[in-house]
Design a protein around this ligand. Structure first.
Ligand SMILES: *[C@@H]1O[C@H](CO)[C@@H](O)[C@H](O)[C@H]1NC(C)=O
Ligand SMILES: *[C@@H]1O[C@H](CO)[C@@H](O)[C@H](O)[C@H]1NC(C)=O
Ligand SMILES: *[C@@H]1O[C@H](CO)[C@@H](O)[C@H](O)[C@H]1NC(C)=O
Ligand SMILES: *[C@@H]1O[C@H](CO)[C@@H](O)[C@H](O)[C@H]1NC(C)=O
Ligand SMILES: *[C@@H]1O[C@H](CO)[C@@H](O)[C@H](O)[C@H]1NC(C)=O
Ligand SMILES: *[C@@H]1O[C@H](CO)[C@@H](O)[C@H](O)[C@H]1NC(C)=O
Ligand SMILES: *[C@@H]1O[C@H](CO)[C@@H](O)[C@H](O)[C@H]1NC(C)=O
Length: 423
């Protein structure tokens, strides 16, 4: 069934580490008491479970959930406004070492992190409870379908989390991962369900489109071109986009013509303007190509970075390294989250909505802002050897952009799960 091409690397679960070492040279961007109603929670649970049972019994393909409680969670509650509550009973949702598809740049426990409290926080929206992630019902919902995460390494982080959330409920012989160029596929064969990641950090074509080799300092975008990427994800049933970090430089070069031109012509464009143009290209593609009855669309707002500890009251020269607790100050907001960029994305999304295309923003910025404790810092695989100078002080090479797994992205996926099941 699967086409055999020499460039294709098929990884079974036990070969995964070898495959990753071969393929993922670098995929990362570097810069450098509780008010919940327990009645409501248990009702939610029962509803979801009964839906799953019914689905399994009837082996129905129509998985539109008749869980009115999930509906009311989604329709009556701002899921993104809330607080983190320590909960070592329900979390983590899986174990670092037990996820057969974990990526080494996110495996903090494996790479020596000793404080593990960061794995044990639950997101508590102010107005309701988040339904707990349920792998079986999620896979059932994805039966015969394809879910694709499209974006940068933070989106890949969320994809790995999603794979880890579902994989433990699938027997070894019935799952595999395939990494081919910019397209990473996780397949649950019994369900004929794919959970994919496609590397396109700027959504439109750019000189950073090679997932294992990118030129980070000189950024060139072909601002009107998305078709080449879209052919890789255009048929998906669920699409989860993000794009943020790769835009954070003052100006970018906009390419006229093709990347292959021997004498390429560029125009320098200010970042915000450029971001807006790229998102317009993206939304125009969706508007004309997406099958509105089939495809569910999401845009994930930017996640938070914690590179400047003075923003949360620590000395200026520190960062996320050695942080072990979330920020408790309500509405804490770091300088890494550009509200102007968020507004551009929000405006584009509401324009799409007004044209009848349903697209849900996963507004994870605020909830991620609180989690200065959730980053790998130095507890991850380094894709390149570190210089002596860097090694001399852990703060020099701490990754305060990505997130340890299990951890914060699991909650982004609980939010995604809620919306997908609700659909
Ligand atoms: C708890 O929730 C109830 C009803 O949802 C609300 O009336 C009350 O103000 C909330 N209390 C706090 C402390 O948030
Ligand atoms: C949904 O549930 C209600 C009552 O709980 C029931 O009347 C209705 O038939 C159900 N709809 C579907 C599609 O199962
Ligand atoms: C959970 O946390 C509480 C309070 O910190 C502690 O007393 C308890 O032993 C912990 N339980 C587990 C299973 O870690
Ligand atoms: C498997 O799912 C894909 C969509 O991802 C669909 O095109 C295909 O027809 C499905 N195959 C079977 C045998 O159901
Ligand atoms: C990506 O870059 C690597 C390393 O430079 C190279 O081997 C590979 O062919 C490139 N892939 C594509 C699709 O251009
Ligand atoms: C859109 O998707 C629906 C449901 O999968 C399908 O029945 C319909 O034929 C599709 N429409 C087009 C124009 O492809
Ligand atoms: C997303 O969250 C931020 C911070 O809480 C808020 O300012 C913004 O209005 C929200 N955006 C949407 C579209 O809900």
């Amino acid at each position: 069934m699967a086409p055999i091409a020499s460039s294709m690397i098929r990884c079974s679960f036990h070969l995964l580490n070898v495959c990753l070492a071969a393929v993922l040279v670098t995929v990362a961007v570097y810069h450098t008491t509780d008010n919940r109603s327990s009645t409501f929670r248990s009702v939610t649970k029962i509803r979801i479970e009964s839906v799953i049972e019914r689905r399994i019994d009837d082996s129905v393909n129509d998985v539109s959930v008749n869980g009115s409680r999930v509906d009311s969670v989604v329709s009556s509650c701002d899921l993104f406004s809330g607080k983190w509550v320590y909960d070592n009973k329900s979390y983590p949702l899986y174990k670092d070492r037990e996820c057969g598809f974990m990526f080494d740049d996110l495996a903090c426990e494996k790479y020596g992190r000793k404080d593990l409290e960061y794995q044990r926080w639950r997101w508590q929206p102010h107005g309701c409870d988040l339904p707990r992630f349920d792998a079986k019902s999620f896979l059932e919902r994805l039966r015969g379908k394809r879910l694709v995460f499209v974006g940068d390494s933070v989106n890949r982080n969320q994809w790995v989390s999603m794979v880890c959330l579902v994989e433990s409920s699938i027997p070894k012989a019935l799952k595999y991962m395939l990494l081919k160029g910019s397209l990473y596929t996780f397949k649950a064969t019994e369900y004929n369900a794919s959970i994919d990641f496609y590397w396109a950090p700027m959504l439109v074509e750019s000189n950073n489109d090679n997932s294992s080799h990118h030129a980070s300092s000189n950024r060139i975008v072909k601002i009107g071109a998305i078709q080449k990427h879209a052919t890789q994800w255009g048929d998906a049933d669920v699409l989860v986009f993000n794009s943020y970090l790769w835009w954070i430089i003052p100006k970018l070069k906009v390419l006229k013509g093709s990347f292959e031109d021997p004498y390429p012509v560029y125009k320098e464009v200010k970042m915000l303007q450029c971001y807006k143009m790229a998102l317009k290209t993206w939304s125009a593609w969706l508007e004309t190509h997406v099958n509105r009855t089939k495809t569910q669309l999401f845009f994930v707002s930017n996640s938070a970075t914690h590179s400047r500890a003075d923003e949360w009251g620590m000395p200026k020269d520190q960062n996320c390294f050695s942080e072990t607790k979330p920020i408790l100050k309500e509405e804490y907001w770091g300088s890494g989250s550009d509200t102007k960029m968020m507004q551009i994305a929000e405006a584009e999304i509401s324009k799409l909505k007004s044209r009848g295309l349903k697209i849900q923003m996963l507004n994870i910025t605020q909830l991620s802002e609180y989690r200065k404790d959730g980053h790998p810092s130095i507890y991850r695989k380094q894709w390149r050897p570190l210089s002596k100078e860097k090694l001399s002080d852990p703060r020099n090479y701490a990754d305060c952009t990505h997130w340890c797994l299990p951890g914060v992205p699991d909650v982004w996926n609980e939010l995604l799960f809620t919306y997908i099941i609700h659909h």
